[in-house]
Design a protein. Sequence first.
Length: 317
Amino acid sequence: MDKFFIEIFISIEEKIKYRELSIKQNMYQRLVLLLFFVFSSFIIADAQIESQTIIESIKDGEAVQFQNITITGDLDFTVLCDKDSTIPEKEETVMEKVLGIFVDINIEENQEFQCDIEVTIEFIGCTFQDRVVGWVNDEENAISYNAVFQDKVELSNCNFKDEFLFKYSKFNGKTNFSKNKFKMTALFKYADFSQSVSFAKSIFSKEANFKYTSFPQNTNFAGCHFNNTANFKYTNIEEFVDFSETSFNGEANFKYTKFPKGVSFGNATFSANADFKYTEFSNPVNLKGTKFDGGTDFKYTTIDGGEFVQYLLKNQN
């Protein structure tokens, strides 16, 4: 009988210990789960950064290198200019004062100021919620501010949800703009790239403006998708440029553009109007697999000094 009660007490004691152990394990699991969510929230919060923080880092001479983060607010590189000191005091000439009596005129010439960025700029796999700016025109004071990047610039595999404005900007170091998604206007008009540059496999949803842009070294647009106007009118190209496997789904304007060291449009597709009027080609020229599904204009177009249309007829597949 005593043995029976002893076994009962032992069984009860073991059940109590087991329950206490289960409670402790359950509390431990909850604590671990809580810490996990807190840590996860911290990681998510840390994956977003204000553009002003980036500008402050540049002012301090720190290289900017980010991967897989979201940038909020306009990232305006022209704020690195001392704009207050560059705005001149307006002093009217005698002629301006006399003419001003009769008519409201402004005959001032626009002034340009460069904003030098001396550090490396690197964004890989990032999302920009707002504009990215390298050029601002102050019409009221007749002043424009242009960003000049003296070191390496890489913005690759990024998502630009707003305008990308780099008119008149200069890139003096290595530059990589490959695999990007430009949701709004990409403005590179009059921009100057001193070294080779790649836009390979980028997608341009709105207008891509490279009018008067300077490409003195090898340039890569292979595999790009231009879903709106692709403006390469008067573009200054000095070395070989690659447009192979590229889709031009809007108007493609290469009017007056020169290709002195050759170009590849191999397997490229022109779905809308392709304007090559006055374009000057030089060999090597790769048109293998090129499709012109929209209108074309090859009026006054030449290749190595000869008529381009005759070249097409002679070399058609």
